[in-house]
Unconditional design. Sequence first.
Length: 508
Amino acid sequence: MDIKKVVIVGGGTAGWLAANHLGKAALNNELLSVTLIESPDIPTIGVGEGTVPAIRQSLQSFGISETEFIRRCDVTFKQSIKFANWLDKEVHGQLNFYHHLFDMPSSLGTELTQSWLAEKGRAYAEVISPQHAVCEAYKGPKTISDAEYKGHLGYAYHLNAAKFAKLLSENARERFNVQHITANVQDVILGEEGEIKSLVTDSAGTLEFDFYIDCSGFASLLIDRALKVPFVDKAGQLFVDKAITVQVPTEPNSDIPPFTIATAHQSGWIWDIALSNRRGVGFVYSSKYMDDEIAISKLDRYLGGKLSEHNYRMIPMKVGYREHSWEKNCVALGLAQGFLEPLEATSILLTDFSAQLLANRFPNSTSEFDEIRQQFNMVVGYAWERVVDFIKLHYCLSDRSDSQFWIDNRGPDTMSDELIKRLSLWNNFIPNREDFFSKFEVFDMENYLYVLYGMNFPTQVFPAQAIDKSNTRIHSDKVARVAELLVNELPNHRELLDKINRYGLQEV
């Protein structure tokens, strides 16, 4: 049977990202239509409003103007995640921090890493990339004269999730002819072979499609409730399972950090994301190691005793992913596919990754299902497992011992065999490309380098004769000179955003 009618169940960021990817792919197929059914009663969750650099490629491919995106979605630039207090305060100081930068380390990054391991003076990211200095100076990654989606340094965005979903919705409907139905799905009718046959809605009647995409969030209406695909629970590896979220207004002329701040605490961490007019703050913790009352009091302390002045909400987090994302004639994306935690902005990343993967190999008929489905599930499953490893890396490398939460996170029984193997290898060798053999590692060598050595991972020091000290000093000095140049030339972050909102960027 030919695939002619595709439906996406659920809106929000996940649903409308999928609608743009599939709508764009459908432009080349006159027989294929894409419809999105969105409930009028479910608000956007907006757990963390951060992205990673890959989103720029997707937005540009959708034909969305970066200027319009920045103006309409309260966007600020994100060049890094600044991890504060993830190491023992007694050993590394009360204000210890490191940057996971978005700019690629220099082409001589491995050599500079060797040199840094031998001397360990300044922070690793400061030695390896000029972006460290740019972030600490609160500068933007580009100038007003740079073209859209281009910059001096690598960057992603912080954004208002509700406004982002609205922009994606308009683009999908106007540019890619995606049909939009506002209704609640009340029931899912299965066919004789267990496939989804139709959807029963409250206001649009019974609707029948050929292919179904579940973007219904934690409810997982299709992949879980109807098709009963098992959930792979990762709570034994990643302990945090609750978040308290709050939005805090900011002063109009206050400095805007060009990075997410992730501050570790006794049993988890706090995200702090600055938009142009407010901060999104979330207290992430493990209910096994901290009760709700203590969590609320600690978030209140972080906000200077002003939590009661704002509305906040508690969100339970079921950590893990579907055993397979494609079952029968249904694919799950977004929170319906899985959720780990907001650290490293993995939710939007994996949604964008999976939606693009599906769009690139979308089947023309049901006869193509088996082969494509098997490949899709293998790739997505592998990507999820490696993301779990990367998130776990942040916890298991910490030398904090102020609570059982941090001590237990270092237990080998809480790590995957692959992560244990890699850490053992990296005790003796700096990570290289061969360690990341699959292109479906959504976090690559550079990401690992920033986290490993930001947290002082003890890779053995190479013998002095193996390091060309004069050569590495030349390139280290070059990084420092470029950093000074960029700090002097790049605009203040808020100043850059004000100019973009007033004048706009150059169109590509």
